[in-house]
Design a protein around this ligand. Sequence first.
Ligand code: GUN
Length: 295
Amino acid sequence: MAAKIISGTEVAGQIREELRKEVTELKEKHNVVPGLVTILVGENPASISYVTGKQKTAKELGFYSLQDNQADNITEESLLGLIDKYNKDPKIHGILVQLPLPKHINETKVLYAIDPKKDVDGFHPVNLGKLMIGEADYLPCTPAGVQQLLIRSGVETSGAEVVVVGRSNIVGKPVTNILLQKQKGANATVTICHTGTKDMASHTRRADILIVAAGKPKAITADMVKEGAVVIDVGVNRIGKSESGKAILCGDVDFEAVKEKASAITPVPGGVGPMTITMLMMNTVKSAKVHAGLV
Ligand code: GUN
């Protein structure tokens, strides 16, 4: 039987509706407007598209939102100066520096410079460390979105065999840490596979929940998936352009074949992608409340 399609667009829409109400109430009752700045360095088309989506959503939700575009030859020092300015700006509660950055800029140094209390991306080592001990203030957005998709689709994670493909700092490692916490919507047995894994399929075939962030189109084929598994595809691969010039996207999972075997699966686009942006908005609202002393 074909799998249920887990629509990230739909779940993200529900959460955004909840956030919209919260933002209105924050404004009316407390005169607080969540503020988000997204910093884009250079002209990477994928980054432009991500940042545009983040800004559009922030505006739709009634945020104070700023888009700060910088040329790709900006010095590291100037970029750090810019971050310092936003760290001190009381109207800004969330600072996002879109990755990747040009090679001459040390990404780690830039992420360290963001005030952890304004780190709505959840990439600062303080926030990643807190995540490891189950004390996270801000969860990284894509992994948090994956967890929300599972929870809101009624997928039981407690006791489940979860296999994560990919060990990136943005997805693989944090999603592993989120799902192994002894908490609601987690408490899973989690295995991470990566490019050094011997016999990947022997691991993926054991998964009740398979989370794929490999960065490789159709890396997961039907023979690698257990009958009835829940498959979450985090991959976004640009495999061409349509006649109108729009990017054609595909995930890391062979969707057409795997959907015949899985019990539930996320599509690309319309799966994890909309959730990432929504979790960024959720973190920014939380930061605005923390800064206003409301939580
Ligand atoms: N590049 C790819 N994904 C992300 C993300 O979630 N946040 C930032 N800042 N950059 C990214």
